[in-house]
Ligand binder design. Sequence first.
Ligand code: GLY
Length: 374
Amino acid sequence: MNQAYIDNVMERLQAKVDRMIEQIGSKCPHVAKEDGKYDDTPSHAWTSAFWPGLLWIMHDVTGKKQYRDAAWDWDADIEQWFAKALVGPGQGLHHDVGFQFLPTAVIKHTLTGDEDGLRRGLEAANFLTGRFNLAGGFIRAWNMDRIGWAIVDCMMNLSLLFWASDVSKDPRFKQIAIAHANTALEHFVRPDGSTNHIVVFDPETGKVVEALGGQGFAPQSAWSRGASWAIYGFANTYRYTGDIRYLEAAKRVAHFFLASLPDDHVPHWDFRADHLESEPRDSSAGAIAASGLLEIMNHVPEAEARFYLDSAKKILHSLTENYATWDQPEHEAILLHGTGNKPAGMNIDVSLIYGDYYYVEAFAKLSGWKHRIF
Ligand code: GLY
């Protein structure tokens, strides 16, 4: 994949995203199924910020105002949920406020100096620190009765805490991020580089109770998107701390991930599902991992960096050639063949807004984008 190819994809993405702005309108997109139309989820969902985040990247890369205008109001929209008590599974803000405020409030403040973005980013960071369990050293996942649960995905939320310490000069935020990362290092990354999705701790003593399969096939299987969150999240934690253990963890998971890929470089939803050949792919896991590999690349010597760059490019080339909707202008998504939650029977072989986001983010990185959202 040479520079001309990357430039061409960025040009095609501009045309595609211009069209998506018309098609998506005021919707809060998460999933697009066979009809090619994105759904409209309530903005407390963990996925609510990927569309505005994608727009902020397009604005930063192109300088075009239409992307900024379409992204502008989203942090105010999501902020309203802090004031609403929501009960029931899947309801309300939780550990994923990093996924929701980094691609909205924080990048908005970074790019424009907007004071409300700063305030909302810090509000989200305060909320996230309040979810820390001191006995177990983890940020608890979700709401309701899952009091001692922690998940690998949460590694991606830590950037919010590192950012908050940077802007406030208050180390409490990063201290909690580091404590959570250390727990994840010990209990989520297995010796072979595969990862647990959920680890349940006793919330009083902090002792490990069990690991659960969660969105993966089984407790000891290897959910591919969980691996991609670990690759990217540990690489970010290294960027913020300089602690080599996190970079080594990111590399270990990356090597497992890359060694487990099928011939077309786009992962099945779980690398250890039975009868793997007939299982669906998860294009979002491929896009997230590619963007994470491009982060690792920045922190290793040149000879090693080539490996991570080439590996990311192979995934992105396959996504571009075999998984994208270029020839379906009415389709509102960029990527096909994502898998949200196979064990729950939810969102299998669909388009996922976070797949689109990380695909755009990875190509933006390849074309020289220097700001970071995560
Ligand atoms: N953070 C939830 C997921 O990856 O599905």
